[in-house]
Design a protein around this ligand. Structure first.
Ligand code: PHE
Length: 344
């Protein structure tokens, strides 16, 4: 019996020393398993207890339990201490780390030409009292065609080669004019909005065509809107976007089922006076289509054409970005080539 109680004392002392010395949680756990684990030293000793007399068990039993609880408490205490120490060390490690620190010489990013142009357009049009409107790029036939006065059998559906989606009646929008209807349906009148956004057409890719490009849609609806409001707005935009007052607009009749009358808008070539390769020696650059909203479109948008009128325009922003930033291949504009983008 003496021997067994000495053994308990031994384990108690050994454990105390080992626990004191443990430097980290992993070592501590190994020690714990070795002493207090199911197959540990203390458990071995408990087995010996079973073969002792009742008398002996009476004194040694409580001793065994006392040693066990004592050691468990010691382990827990040490575990807490080690855990707090590691937290403190981590805090000290990061104390000198300033996430807001700025070091000179770091490489700076730049905004994509599209983003720059969009921001300019937004600044110009919001200064004229326009709001920004948005709509989905995955659309229904209704918003892309039907509501825009392009019924199913209408040949104008072929003007824009559409990407159809596997879901019947769904497509990738071929123009931002879809947002005209979404905006009208919101029901707030009068309306003056622009929509910058991506559009998709099934076209073979070359230096000046891609299956995705960007447009800028404009929509104004009020009681007495006329062609002169449209032309005045476009002229103001033209002077502000190029920051030049000497550029003019030219309009030609144009057919778009959602406007009547419809026009094609050209602007004086900003790069030459007598014809260059950009304007193909014509002195004019095509900007896009525009016109007064067709009554059927107002109706589709839930607006009474007897009371309200409006104008809309849809300009090619991809082409404009290429002109303004001197990009001669659309594929560069749409690639994520950092060396190319660094220039802007
Ligand atoms: N949505 C037409 C296109 O993509 C452009 C346009 C917009 C024409 C608004 C007239 C009015 O070609």
């Amino acid at each position: 019996m003496k021997n067994v109680s000495i053994e308990f004392e031994k384990i108690r002392n050994q454990a105390k020393t080992l626990i004191n010395q443990a430097q980290n949680l992993t070592t501590l756990e190994t020690i714990r398993v070795d002493l207090l684990g199911r197959k540990g030293k203390l458990a071995d000793l408990m087995v010996v207890l079973k073969d002792l007399s009742i008398e002996e068990k009476r004194t040694l039993g409580p001793l065994a339990n006392q040693v066990k609880t004592e050691l468990e408490e010691l382990f827990q205490q040490k575990k807490n201490n080690l855990f707090n120490d590691s937290l403190r060390q981590e805090e000290e490690h990061y104390a000198g780390f300033d996430v807001t620190a700025y070091k000179t010489g770091h490489k700076k990013g730049s905004l994509h030409p599209y983003t720059q142009l969009t921001q300019k357009n937004i600044a110009i049009f919001t200064s004229l009292g326009f709001k920004i409107s948005d709509g989905p790029e995955i659309e229904t036939e209704f918003y892309n065609f039907e509501a825009l006065n392009i019924p199913e059998s209408h040949p104008a559906r072929d003007m824009q080669d559409t990407f159809w989606i596997d879901v019947p009646g769904m497509l990738l929008r071929t123009h931002t004019s879809t947002v005209q209807i979404h905006t009208m349906q919101e029901g707030n009148l009068p309306i003056a909005v622009i929509t910058p956004g991506r559009v998709y057409r099934q076209e073979a890719t070359d230096a000046s065509h891609d299956f995705m490009f960007q447009q800028l849609e404009g929509l104004v609806i009020d009681k007495n809107i006329s062609m002169s409001h449209l032309l005045g707005t476009l002229k103001t935009w033209l002077h502000l976007i190029f920051n030049r007052n000497d550029l003019s607009l030219r309009i030609r009749p144009g057919y778009f089922p959602f406007v009547e009358p419809g026009i094609e808008v050209d602007v004086t070539c900003p790069f030459c006076t007598s014809g260059c390769s950009t304007c193909k020696k014509t002195g004019w650059i095509e900007m896009g289509g525009a016109g007064l909203i067709h009554p059927n479109v107002l109706k589709a948008g839930g607006i009474n054409p007897e009371i309200y009128r409006g104008f809309a325009f849809g300009f090619g922003m991809t082409r404009l970005a290429m002109l303004i930033y001197g990009i001669n291949d659309i594929r560069l504009l749409h690639s994520n080539d950092k060396e190319f983008l660094k220039q802007f």
